[in-house]
Design a binder for this molecule. Sequence first.
Ligand code: TYC
Length: 101
Amino acid sequence: MSEAPVKPRTKPKPKTERPKLHKVILVNDDYTPREFVVLVLAAVFRMGESEAYRVMMTAHQQGTCVVAVFTRDVAETKASEATDLGREAGYPLMFTTEPEE
Ligand code: TYC
């Protein structure tokens, strides 16, 4: 008795791609007070004061600093929240996002 070849009943599952992570980047400016930048980093990114100070000083000296990486939605939401806190206080503080390679 010959057996019929067994057909796969389901399509092969496409490999699930991991969502690309996005960097939140702090941009230096000449007007926002250093202490205010530290407060915003601590509030929005849950950083301790010494880490927030180090990130602020890196942006101050180099022009920008990567704050953290998140999925795109979270990165964009946190960048907006942090930028809005600056704007509400009358400062040009700016956070941007970009995809990681
Ligand atoms: N450069 C600002 C000052 O001297 C402080 C500052 C640091 C502002 C980092 C923005 O992303 C920034 N008051």
